[in-house]
Write a protein that binds this ligand. Structure first.
Ligand SMILES: Cc1ncc(COP(=O)(O)O)c(C=O)c1O
Length: 410
C-alpha cells in the first residue's frame, strides 16, 4: 500500500535529526537532492567566511597564519574529519583535491609494496579514480587492472600492490564491504585505498575497525565544505613512517620555515601536505564540519537508509509505470545515501525536475541520481519529490527541446 504524506510526516516527527535542517540555508521552493554532488550551505559557513575575509585577511594580514590558526588548519580540520570516518586524529589531513590525493596515495602505495606492479580496481568506479590510476601506471610502469565487483576478491594476488575502490559507487550507491575487502587484500599482502567521497558524512564509517590502510575523499559533497572545498587524506598510523609520495612540496617539509635546501618529510600525517592550503575554502570546510560535532553517525546512516527505502518504495509504486527502474541496491545495508533510477530519457527528466524545484542530477547514460541527505531532508521531502517526478512524467513536461539539450555540467 502506498505510504501517505501523513505517514511520512509521522516518520519525520520521530526523526532524531530533524533539528539539523535549521542549520542549513535551503532555498524556498527547492527540494535539494544533490548534496552528493555539492552539499548545501551550512549557516555557520556564512559567518565564518565573512570573519576570515573581513577580519583575519583584511585586518590580520600575514599575521593570521599564526594568530588565527591558519597554519595548523589542515591538521585541525583533518582531526574533525577523522571523528566522522572512524579514524584517529593524526590519521587525516586536509589537502589538495581528491584527484591529487589519489595520485599521492597510489604512488605511496606502490612504493610501500616494491616488486608488486598492479593497481586493482573495479569497473564502473568514478572516472577520476581510474584516470589517476592510469596516469600513475603509465608513468611508473605499473598495471591498472579493473574487474567486475563480484570478481574483485578473487582477483587480488601476489602481484597486487593496492586495491583502489570508491567505497560507495557514485552512480548506483552500492557500498563495498570495506572490512572484508581489506582483510582479503591484507591476506595477499596488498594494501587498500578507499575513495570515501560518497560515504563520509552519511555513513557510520569505521576505518580503524576495518583496518583500512589509505583513503581520500571530497570536502564538498556530504561534508558541505562548498564548491571546490579541499579534499582529505587518511593514512593509518602504522604506515605513516614508511609512506612517501612524489609531491614533496614545502608544506610537507619537516621544518618549512627553515627554508632548507633539501626535502625532509614532516613526521606523521603532515608529510602528505604539498603547498599552501586554500585558507578561504578550508575555513568554510571547518565551519561546515561543526555541524557533525557530537552527531551519532549510526543515526545519520539509519536516517539515510530510511529515506532511500521510502524513495524506492514510492518509486516502485508510482514510477515503474513511467518506465523507471531502480538502479540502486535494494538491500539497504548495501546502499549509500542515494537512490538512482534508470530511464532512457533520464537527462531530460532531470532538467524538467530542476525546473520544478527538485534538484537531482543525471549520470550518463541513463541514470537520474537523487542524493537523500539525512541532515537536511525529511521523509515528506522524499514523498513530495516522487509526486513531482510522477507529475513530470504524467504531463510529459520533460519532452521539450530545451530539456533535451545537454549542458556542460550535468
Ligand atoms: C568518487 C569521487 N571521487 C572523486 C571525485 C572528484 O574529485 P576532485 O575533488 O578531484 O574533483 C568525485 C566527484 O564527483 C567523486 O564522485
Amino acid at each position: 500500500m502506498t505510504k501517505t504524506r501523513d505517514a511520512c510526516q509521522a516518520l519525520d516527527a520521530r526523526d532524531p535529526l530533524a533539528d539539523m535542517r535549521a542549520r542549513f540555508v535551503l532555498p524556498e521552493g527547492v527540494i535539494y537532492l544533490d548534496g552528493n554532488s555539492l552539499g548545501a550551505l551550512p549557516k555557520a559557513v556564512v559567518n565564518r567566511s565573512r570573519q576570515i575575509v573581513e577580519q583575519e585577511w583584511a585586518e590580520g594580514l600575514i599575521r593570521s597564519w599564526n594568530d588565527a590558526g591558519w597554519y595548523t588548519a589542515p591538521t585541525r580540520v583533518g582531526a574533525k574529519i577523522a571523528g566522522i570516518i572512524g579514524a584517529e586524529s593524526g590519521e587525516v589531513i586536509v589537502t589538495d583535491s581528491t584527484s591529487v590525493d589519489l595520485f599521492k596515495l597510489l604512488m605511496g602505495a606502490l612504493a610501500l609494496r616494491p616488486g608488486r606492479k598492479t593497481i586493482l580496481g573495479v569497473q564502473g568506479d568514478f572516472p577520476t579514480d581510474a584516470y589517476i590510476a592510469q596516469g600513475v601506471a603509465s608513468f611508473v610502469g605499473a598495471e591498472f587492472e579493473r574487474v567486475a565487483a563480484d570478481d574483485l576478491i578473487a582477483a587480488i594476488d601476489e602481484k597486487t600492490a593496492v586495491v583502489c575502490l570508491t567505497h560507495v559507487n557514485y552512480k548506483t550507491g552500492f557500498i563495498h564491504d570495506m572490512a572484508k575487502i581489506t582483510a582479503a587484500a591484507h591476506a595477499k599482502g596488498a594494501l587498500t585505498l578507499w575513495d570515501l567521497s560518497h560515504s563520509a558524512g552519511v555513513l557510520d564509517l569505521q576505518l580503524g575497525r576495518a583496518d583500512a590502510d589509505l583513503a581520500v575523499g571530497c570536502g564538498y559533497k556530504y561534508l558541505n565544505g562548498g564548491p571546490g572545498a579541499p579534499a582529505y587524506v587518511f593514512v593509518a598510523k602504522r604506515h605513516q613512517t614508511a609512506i612517501g609520495h612524489p609531491l614533496t612540496g614545502w608544506f610537507g617539509h619537516k621544518v618549512p620555515f627553515e627554508f632548507a635546501p633539501d626535502y625532509v618529510p614532516a613526521e606523521g600525517i603532515a608529510k602528505m601536505l604539498t603547498g599552501t592550503p586554500p585558507m578561504l575554502s578550508l575555513a568554510a570546510l571547518e565551519a561546515a564540519l561543526d555541524v557533525f560535532a557530537g552527531l551519532d553517525m549510526r543515526k545519520v546512516q539509519a536516517k539515510a537508509s530510511s529515506l532511500t527505502e521510502l524513495f524506492i518504495e514510492l518509486s516502485d509504486e508510482r514510477l515503474t509505470r513511467h518506465g523507471f527502474t531502480v538502479a540502486s541496491p535494494r538491500n539497504a545495508a548495501a546502499r549509500g545515501a542515494q537512490a538512482s533510477l534508470a530511464h532512457p530519457e533520464a537527462y531530460a527528466v532531470v532538467q524538467a525536475l530542476i525546473a520544478r524545484g527538485v534538484i537531482g542530477d543525471f549520470r550518463a547514460p541513463d541514470v537520474a541520481r537523487f542524493g537523500l541527505v539525512p541532515l537536511y531532508l525529511s521523509h515528506v521531502d522524499v514523498f513530495d519529490a516522487v509526486g513531482i517526478i510522477d507529475d513530470v512524467m504524467e504531463t510529459e513536461a520533460w519532452n521539450t527541446p530545451a530539456f533535451r539539450t545537454r549542458k556542460a555540467v550535468t
